[in-house]
Design a protein around this ligand. Structure first.
Ligand code: MOS
Length: 787
């Protein structure tokens, strides 16, 4: 079975990457390629007969199997591995934005007792020169990836330019403060508004339909607006960190914070010209990443450089401030035009987007896709331009392109509803589409209608009075707003190994990460149900590059991919158990086939006659085996006849202090349709996390750059505001029933990103309803409401 290069499970943004990644795999929001050397036989999941598992755990509110380890500190993160002879590092960052390093004076730093070395571009060990050596699985198609300490060129403020190595971390940091750098500065540009006229057009994001300009001009009711979302930084709790263990003879164990250990492993081997067997990468626990760890970050390069220079173990941990020298959610200027008939059906949608990237790589996603697919409209047109700034390359951040693109669309739809004097929920129902409007395909499942209905009912939407400023609570203006969310149900080829032992224990392994989403737990649940074992009998191994292949954890694709991957592999284990059971004298399974047999409570059970059972242990003992090991790759093929998406309806209440304009988001109801929910507890946590971040996007988050210096002014979590406890009030999550027999055998669609999409618009719309003020640039801060 061919790898699914021709699968339709492509992220829209990846359509133009297909040729480039041919031979590898081009699926998903971030794209990836390459496999572990020993790729086992690939099986197309839809061709095998999968029995519906007996579900003791799937679908339940199972607590995290690694929760205890996390709260007790037993779980170790990349910067926590302590080994004898460990050297500590401090990164020195550029204080200019563009130019070159003229001179670095190391003399004072080198005099400090305990300093081992200071690495710079001029004294570092060898590393690759060619661009392509630095192209990780998630690198943009166009451009030349950043090469830390490679040469004297400065491309962004905060760029790492030297690494101080010492016997302890305080010494390294102190010595770093003594390093004097002289620069030759060039003029720079960091302001998207000054770069917008030079932005260059990307390929047409989605097929235009009809003549949108003509249809817009002729429309009975029109709305046009420009919306802005600033640069945002990920700010995961865990800083980027790498501990490299020098195993001797050039062999390295790399504890790294990443969303993809095999991506980092291939990257390190490529940059340092190392043999695959000489580097293994471990990232068992990740303290949040949200897209910032899809690509290898510069600290891993610095740590490996240093370990090679010193020939001893090294730890590099970025400071919170240095976390702002990595990728970011690109700022986005969007223009939307909507034309409608008086009855609320759409005649025209135009969505133009400008996003930002660095001078050296072209990162973009297809930000206008969401407008293209969501609503029925006779005519539609989309454009996307990219502006170059003297900043690091932008990157994926939770719900990349949808968080920002759908914010603009769903704000514009709300404004159209006001112009039409139609309830905003009613307007969305009048434009509802049961087909993806871009591909003109039906969905494998789409229960957005039910999201609207259940969300509205739980929220009490019918009690809303339409007039802005008409609802009050004492001195607070009350606003109710809503929006639609949409994301993709993506899936990627994945390999899972299962080893079942006769004592009723199984080890399930796969190189995927668990970036904090609960992957480990859902893997254990699915495996327990598929193998008929208690949850405690399942041991999950992940986050190690030598395990069976997995792409990066991103795009909300791992839950669907790995759960169905476990089904495939466990089916093979069950098949072997059946073969062994059939060898028993007078076997009750003599005539049974795989589809007749389920595993439950340590037994093989004939589903046609559940009184017929054989203990798995007995079958194995009689067959003379004490373990059954299977490894299978699951790919997701499709006939291209359906679109696969997740949806949500978000209802938000805000209370705005009439005098001083303080906004509180007092209630949010999010109703989500995302196929089968594997774990209602971790799933709910994912959605809540997305909603909280949506509050941040709407009200708080903004990376502020002093454009004169090109330097971020609020590179810390005191001044880069994120929602804290006091900002978060009632949140209700509803999972709408959405059976899907087409997307994959388990009907799982993924939840990592849908939770945030639409939330900023729902809040912005609620603020308009409360105040009558339409703020079109995020975040909606007090000053903007006072204008
Ligand atoms: Mo996600 S932004 O693909 O980690």
């Amino acid at each position: 079975m061919a790898r699914s290069t021709d699968s339709q499970f492509l992220h829209p943004s990846d359509i133009n990457r297909r040729d480039v990644l041919q031979g590898a795999v081009a699926i998903g929001a971030v794209g990836f390629g390459g496999f572990s050397a020993a790729a086992p036989t690939a099986i197309a999941l839809h061709t095998i007969q999968t029995s519906e598992p007996m579900t003791a755990y799937i679908g339940t509110a199972t607590s995290r199997v690694d929760g205890r380890d996390k709260v007790t500190g037993k779980a170790k993160y990349a910067g926590e591995f302590k080994v004898p002879d460990l050297a500590y590092a401090s990164v020195i960052s550029s204080t200019i934005t563009k130019g070159r390093i003229a001179e670095i004076d190391l003399s004072a730093a080198m005099k400090v007792s305990g300093v081992l070395a200071v690495l710079t571009h001029s004294n570092r060990p060898p590393m690759a020169d060619a661009d392509k050596a630095y192209k990780d699985d998630v690198a943009p198609e166009q451009g030349s990836p950043f090469r830390p300490l490679h040469d004297d060129k400065i491309m962004f403020n905060g760029q790492p330019i030297a690494l101080v190595l010492a016997e302890d971390s305080e010494t390294a940091r102190f010595a770093a403060s003594l390093v004097r750098v002289q620069y030759e500065e060039e003029s720079h540009l960091t302001d998207v508004y000054r770069a917008r006229d030079d932005a260059f057009a990307l390929q047409e994001p989605a097929k235009p339909r009809g003549d949108a300009a003509v249809a817009f001009t002729a429309a009975a009711v029109r709305h046009q607006g420009e919306y802005y979302v600033p640069i945002e930084h990920h700010n995961p709790m865990e800083p980027y960190a790498t501990t490299v263990i020098w195993d001797g003879n050039g062999k390295l164990t790399v504890y790294d914070k990443t969303q993809g250990v095999q991506n980092v492993q291939r990257y390190v081997c490529s940059v340092f010209d190392l043999k695959p067997g000489d580097v293994h990468v471990v990232s068992t626990f990740v303290g949040g990443a949200f897209g910032s760890g899809l690509r290898p970050q510069y600290q891993v390069v610095l740590a490996v450089l240093a370990a090679r220079a010193l020939q001893r173990p090294v730890r590099v941990v970025l400071t919170r401030q240095q976390m702002y020298s990595l990728g970011y959610r690109p700022a986005m200027i969007q223009r939307i035009e909507l034309g409608a008939k008086a009855n609320g059906t759409l005649d025209a949608i135009t969505h133009d987007a400008i996003t930002v990237t660095s001078q050296y790589e072209d990162f973009h996603r297809n930000e206008t896709t969401w407008s293209a697919l969501l609503y029925k409209s006779g005519a539609a047109k989309y454009t996307h331009k990219l502006a170059r700034l003297d900043l690091p390359t932008s990157c994926d951040m939770r719900g990349p392109s949808a968080t920002t693109g759908v914010y603009a669309l769903e704000s514009a739809i709300d404004e159209l509803a006001v112009a039409l004097k139609i309830d905003p929920l009613e307007l969305r129902l009048r434009c509802y589409s049961d087909r993806d409007q871009t591909s003109d395909l039906p969905y494998s499942s789409k229960n957005l209608r039910e999201c609207y209905r259940q969300g509205a009912e739980a929220f009490g939407w019918s009690k809303r009075s339409a007039e802005p400023g008409s609802m009050r609570d004492g001195s607070d203006l009350v606003g109710w707003g809503m929006a639609t969310g949409v994301w993709e149900a993506l899936q990627v080829p994945i390999t899972v190994r299962a080893v079942l032992t006769a004592n009723g224990h199984a080890e399930i392994s796969c190189a995927t990460s668990d970036i904090g989403t609960g992957t480990t737990t859902i893997m254990a649940q699915v495996a327990a149900d598929m193998l008929g074992l208690p949850l405690e009998g399942i041991d999950i191994k992940l986050g190690v590059s030598t395990l069976p292949q997995s792409p990066v954890e991103g795009g909300s694709w791992i839950a669907a991919s790995v759960s169905n991957g476990i089904v495939t592999t466990c089916d093979a284990v069950r098949d072997e158990l059946l073969r062994l059971a059939q060898k028993l004298p007078d076997s009750p399974f003599a005539t049974a086939t795989l589809k007749d047999v389920a595993l439950a409570e340590g037994n093989l059970i004939d589903k046609r006659d559940p009184s017929r059972t054989v203990a798995m242990a007995d079958a194995m003992r009689h067959g003379g085996v004490d373990r059954i090991a299977r490894e299978k790759t699951t790919t997701f093929t499709t006939d291209g006849s359906h679109a696969h998406n997740t949806h949500s309806a978000i209802f938000a209440e805000v209370k705005v202090d009439e005098q001083i304009g303080v906004v509180r988001v007092t209630r949010v109801v999010s109703a989500v349709a995302a196929g089968r929910i594997l774990n209602v507890k971790t799933a709910r946590s994912q959605i809540i996390g997305g909603i909280v971040w949506g509050i941040g996007v709407a009200l708080h988050e903004e990376t502020l750059i002093d454009h004169h210096f090109g330097r971020i002014m609020n590179a810390n979590i005191a001044e880069y505001h994120v929602p804290v406890n006091a900002d978060v009030h009632d949140i209700e999550v509803i999972f709408v029933d959405e059976p899907d027999t087409i997307v994959n055998p388990l009907g799982v669609k993924g939840l990592g990103e849908i939770g945030i999409v639409g939330v900023p618009a729902a809040i912005a719309n609620a603020i308009y309803h409360a105040t009558g003020k339409r703020v079109r640039d995020l975040p909606i801060t007090l000053d903007k409401l006072q204008r």
